[in-house]
Design a protein around this ligand. Structure first.
Ligand SMILES: [Zn+2]
Length: 176
């Protein structure tokens, strides 16, 4: 089974750039059709050609990724995952966490859902994918990993909730 990596223009945050002027005003001709339901003109056909609005030339755009946009999307999806809102996801409690008293485990899960003490040190990539929590004399970690929907490989695009199964793992610090 081949691993089909998505093309860059299929990734969240992709945008076309003019190879001549590096500008982002790449446009295409299209036909729109009136929709009674939408009370608006809806795109019907987008033609193959790309034109740079700045140069006025027909071009072959270069696709780039807006990494800041991707980071913010991943961050939001991870925050939503901890808060219990997700399209595809699951929570894994390690043996040590499963063995906790119910009350302590419930307090831990609650604190993870509300955790927001992110810093440059504990969240260097800005993805909100890791945190540590102390309750009493016990220290815990939580982390979020990105898998494909079959849980066989890494997600093809962690910024896309449709193709990513997020796994939130909760562990004792000593189990890391
Ligand atoms: Zn241009």
């Amino acid at each position: 089974m081949g691993h089909s990596k998505p093309e860059i223009d299929e990734l969240v945050g992709a945008y076309p750039v003019c190879p001549q002027c590096q500008g982002r005003s790449v446009v295409r001709d299209a036909w729109a059709e009136w929709s009674v339901a939408a009370q608006d003109w809806i795109l019907k056909t987008v033609f193959d050609e790309f034109v740079c609005d700045q140069c006025g030339d027909s071009i072959h755009p270069v696709w780039k990724l807006d990494q800041d946009f991707r980071k913010k999307r991943i961050q939001r999806l991870n925050d939503d995952m901890r808060a219990g809102t997700f399209r595809h996801g699951s929570m894994v409690l390690t043996a040590g966490v499963q063995a906790l008293e119910d009350k302590l485990r419930a307090a831990l899960v609650d604190q993870i859902s509300r955790f927001d003490a992110f810093t440059k040190d504990n969240d260097p990539h800005g993805e909100h994918d890791f945190g540590s929590i102390e309750i009493g004399d016990k220290k815990f970690f939580w982390k979020i990993d990105y898998f494909d929907l079959k849980l066989e490989r890494h997600s093809p695009d962690a910024a896309n909730a449709d193709v990513t199964h997020r796994v939130l793992t909760v562990m004792l610090a000593g189990e890391y």
